[in-house]
Design a binder for this molecule. Sequence first.
Ligand SMILES: C[S@@+](CC[C@H](N)C(=O)[O-])C[C@H]1O[C@@H](n2cnc3c(N)ncnc32)[C@H](O)[C@@H]1O
Length: 201
Amino acid sequence: MESVETMWNSKFSCEGYMYGKVPNTFLKEEIDTLEPPKKILFLGEGEGRNAVYAAVKGHEAVALDVSSVGLKKVEALAKEFDVTIETVHTDLSEWQPMEEQYDVVMSSYMHLMEPLRTEAFHKAMKALKEGGIFVGEFFSQEQLSRTSGGPKNLDLLYSVESLQLIFKAYHIVMLEALEIVLNEGTHHVGEASVIRVIVKK
Ligand SMILES: C[S@@+](CC[C@H](N)C(=O)[O-])C[C@H]1O[C@@H](n2cnc3c(N)ncnc32)[C@H](O)[C@@H]1O
């Protein structure tokens, strides 16, 4: 079977940026509330749109992804915007985070199967400093029937209940399912069912 890395390398080998060069709206709103410089880790950052925006705003951005092709595009986008991004090339199943390293961890549309999903988000919380926040936007299970983006596999889509369980040891500041209209590059376009989450350590 094709590995996750091979699959994403092949997707990111396309011309241009699949989800555009503009940050995700929700992550951007949250980045805009942060007083720089914060150390921010972007999990499953793909081609770098969120990390580059954060770096432009004066934050120290770290982009983690399993795709080497995606990370090359992160570096190219960082160069285009004249900023520096640290990249971490790893599969989240192998990632060994250092404890209490980041002020913020952010992630958009990184869809993982269980048990890796729980493991990865727990590691993300471990990597956060005390008082740090995790911010995420993901497709919900209601997205399965839509054509505006996301995996066509229910096991890869998220629910409020599953995220509640994963983050139960922490302070869940916000956890809501909502319908939005996406306009992100060529692959996230149209009405979408998403979940937004903010968790404080
Ligand atoms: C839909 S893309 C989203 C990219 C980016 N967050 C964005 O919104 O533009 C999902 C990303 O998760 C990454 N990913 C998926 N499984 C992963 C894993 N096991 N470890 C690390 N990254 C993973 C993929 O390589 C891909 O870059």
